[in-house]
Ligand binder design. Structure first.
Ligand code: PAF
Length: 280
């Protein structure tokens, strides 16, 4: 397994593979890899000749008061995880390699990014789209894999690829959970023991909403209320949002029909966690 830190090195390797007619699967990450990332890499491994993983904590997608500095990093451990799955190349650039002097071009979107996380993180998706398109242009994959845990990000990337005619197939992979139901996230490491217990309120509250829908409830407001009421029983939890939106457009719906995303963001202490389910 190669570890490259420059665009030039990655391009040379990728071009050599392309000349041999090999397909490339790509998993973009910010590192501190867990089972969720592993499932993406395994999907890439299964369906492509070569697998590239990027590990880059992208400054552009963090707001000024967010956790860029404290975001957990462990390249040595990440490299072992990648090696275990049979990854062929890790791209681990420094910020200066990705954002060279004078950088001033961005990818942005009018729809999809204003609701859910976009409300409290107004510049986040511009940073995500910009870095993902740059990574796509560097790695030139045939297939790219994203987790459904970041469902809004998945919808945004799918829209971007369609709108900008990017010739890459985007695959969304299911949320991977701890045994007790907490969705895997690199940010779970911020939780102390009490917060870790309290964090279960996310998956438990979503389960209540899901059950209601499965029993036939189609009123989005009722589902939102049931989820919110349950989250509010946990003293350490503070709701950022509980929303029901159309998955493709990320616009709020009143009636649940078609592919619908039920998504929540909740502060547990100072840590903001997200979780969701998609129905239909
Ligand atoms: O999901 C993430 O880890 C990041 O948003 C991504 C897609 C790697 C872009 O920095």
């Amino acid at each position: 397994m190669k570890i490259c830190s420059t665009v030039k090195e990655v391009r040379e390797q990728v071009n050599a593979w392309k000349k041999e007619g090999l397909t490339i699967g790509f998993v973009p990450t910010m590192g501190y890899l867990h089972e969720g990332h592993r499932s993406l890499m395994e999907a890439a491994r299964k369906n492509n000749d070569k697998v590239v993983v990027s590990i880059f904590v992208n400054p552009m997608q963090f707001g000024p008061t967010e956790d860029l500095e404290s975001y957990p990093r462990d390249l040595e451990k990440d490299a072992k995880v990648c090696e275990g799955v049979g990854v062929d190349l890790i791209f681990h650039p420094e910020p200066e390699e990705m954002y060279t002097e004078g950088f001033c071009s961005y990818v942005d979107m009018n729809g999809l990014t204003t609701e859910l996380c976009g409300r409290t993180r107004p510049t986040h998706f511009r940073g995500v789209q910009t870095v993902v398109l740059k990574l796509f242009n560097i790695v030139k994959p045939d297939n790219a894999y994203f987790g459904q845990k970041d469902a809004q990000q998945l919808a945004v990337i799918k829209r971007m690829v369609t709108d900008l005619n990017v010739d890459i197939t985007i695959t969304g992979c299911p949320i991977v959970r701890e045994e007790d139901g907490l969705a895997k996230s690199s940010r779970n490491t911020y939780l102390n023991a009490d917060e870790r217990k309290a964090a279960l309120i996310l998956s438990k509250s979503l389960a209540i909403g899901k059950e209601l829908i499965e029993k036939g409830e189609t009123d989005a407001a009722k589902v939102k209320k049931a989820i919110s009421d349950n989250i509010e029983t946990e003293p350490l939890a503070k709701i950022d949002y509980v929303d029901v939106v159309d998955f493709a457009t990320i616009t709020p719906v009143d009636t649940i029909k078609g592919e619908t995303l039920v998504a929540i963001a909740v502060y547990i202490g100072k840590t903001r966690l997200i979780d969701n389910f998609i129905i239909g």
